[in-house]
Write a protein that binds this ligand. Structure first.
Ligand code: GLU
Ligand code: ZN
Length: 321
C-alpha cells in the first residue's frame, strides 16, 4: 500500500448531509490537501434498512458544492475501486473468516436489536451498555449447533490497555475489555458491521489519516483491535469536536433544517457557509465568505477549537441571508 498521505470523506447515505457533516468534511479535506495529499470518497452504505438511494448522489453534490474535490471516488474511479461499501462485501467476508479461524469472534444469540444497531457507526448517545459476555464461552465452530437460531458474530476484546495519540484530541487511553466490551462485528450471513468494513477499507485504500467526529473515539479503539489482529498499520487519527445546538446536544433536526441540499437549493453561496465554518473552527477571526481552497495556505490542525461548536439558528440563517 502506498504510504502517501491519504485521507477520506466517508458519507453514510442514510439521510441528507447537514452542516455538522460539512464541518467535518471541510477539516478532513483541509488537513490532507494543505499537505499535498490525496483525498478519496467512499460511500458507507452497508446500513441497508436505513440507506436512502437518493442520498448517495446528493452527498456527492453536497461535497462538490462545498468546493471540496477528490482524486478517487465512486464518480471518478481510481486504483482502489469500488468506492461503495456494498460492492466490497467479499473483502469483509474474507476478513471475518480470518477472525473466525483465529477464534477472535464467537456467535452471539443475544437480542437482535444490538445487531441491527451495529451496521452504522455508533454516535454520541448511541453507545449501548457493555456486553456482559453471556455467549463468550462459545467457539466459532459452535455455529453449526445453532441451526435456525438467529445470531451475530461478536468480537472477543483483548484485555489490553490501548492508547493512541490523536492529532486533535491528544493522547487517548482505553481498557477495551472493561470499558467497551465485546462488540458485534458481523451478522450471521457475514454482512459486516461498520467497525469491520471501515478498517478493511481504510487499510485496502491506503488511508493514512482518519479525521472524523470525536463521538467516534470509542469506535477507534474497537478498530485498533482489528488493526492489531490483522497486523496492519493503523492510520493517524484526528477526532474533531462536534457541532451542537443551543441545548448542547448533537446537531439534529430539532435544531432546524441545516441540510446542505436545502441550502444549495435555496441558492445560498457556499462561500458564506465555508466562512462561517472557518470561523467556528478557529481558522478565521470572522465569518467573511471564503472558498475551501482559500483556507489551505495557513491551515494548521493545531488551530482547531477543542470545544464543541454551538450553532444557533441565527448563525445558519445568516448564511442564507
Ligand atoms: N460513515 C460514517 C458516518 O457518517 C463515518 C465514519 C468514519 O469516518 O469512520 O458516520
Ligand atoms: Zn450473546
Amino acid at each position: 500500500m502506498s504510504a502517501a498521505l491519504t485521507g477520506r470523506l466517508a458519507p453514510s447515505p442514510t439521510g441528507a448531509q447537514h452542516l455538522g457533516n460539512a464541518r467535518t468534511y471541510l477539516l478532513a479535506w483541509l488537513s490532507i490537501r494543505s499537505r499535498g495529499g490525496r483525498v478519496l470518497v467512499r460511500i458507507e452504505d452497508i446500513d441497508s434498512p436505513r440507506v436512502k438511494p437518493w442520498a448517495v448522489q446528493q452527498a456527492l453534490d453536497d461535497l462538490h458544492w462545498l468546493g471540496l474535490d477528490w482524486d478517487e471516488g465512486p464518480d471518478r474511479g481510481g486504483p482502489h475501486a469500488p468506492y461503495v461499501q456494498t460492492e466490497r462485501v467479499a473483502q469483509y467476508r474474507a476478513a471475518l473468516d480470518e477472525l473466525r479461524r483465529a477464534e477472535r469472534v464467537y456467535p452471539c444469540t443475544c437480542t437482535r436489536s444490538d445487531v441491527a444497531a451495529a451496521a452504522s457507526a455508533p454516535h454520541v448517545g448511541q453507545e449501548g451498555p457493555i456486553y456482559p459476555g453471556l455467549c463468550a464461552a462459545r467457539r466459532a465452530a459452535d455455529v453449526a449447533q445453532l441451526v435456525d437460531r438467529p445470531f451475530a458474530w461478536r468480537y472477543r476484546m483483548s484485555d489490553k490497555l490501548l492508547t493512541f495519540d490523536d492529532r486533535v484530541a491528544g493522547r487517548q487511553l482505553c481498557q477495551v475489555a472493561e470499558q467497551l466490551g465485546d462488540y458485534v462485528i458481523a451478522k450471521a450471513d457475514g454482512s459486516p458491521a461498520y467497525q469491520l468494513a471501515v478498517v478493511v477499507d481504510d487499510h485496502a485504500m491506503g488511508v493514512t489519516e482518519v479525521l472524523r467526529g470525536d463521538d467516534l473515539i470509542p469506535s477507534t479503539f474497537r478498530q485498533l483491535e482489528l488493526y492489531a489482529f490483522f497486523g496492519w498499520q493503523p492510520p493517524q487519527f484526528a477526532h474533531v469536536p462536534l457541532v451542537v445546538g443551543p441545548d448542547g446536544r448533537r446537531l439534529a433536526k430539532r435544531h432546524g433544517d441545516t441540510r446542505l441540499s436545502q441550502l444549495r437549493e435555496a441558492g445560498v453561496q457556499p462561500e458564506r457557509l465555508i466562512g462561517l465554518l472557518a470561523q467556528s473552527c478557529g481558522l478565521r477571526p470572522n465569518a467573511e465568505p471564503a472558498r475551501a481552497v482559500d483556507l489551505l495556505d495557513d491551515f494548521d490542525l493545531a488551530k482547531i477549537n477543542h470545544e464543541p461548536w454551538v450553532l444557533t439558528e441565527q448563525m445558519w440563517r445568516g448564511v442564507g441571508g
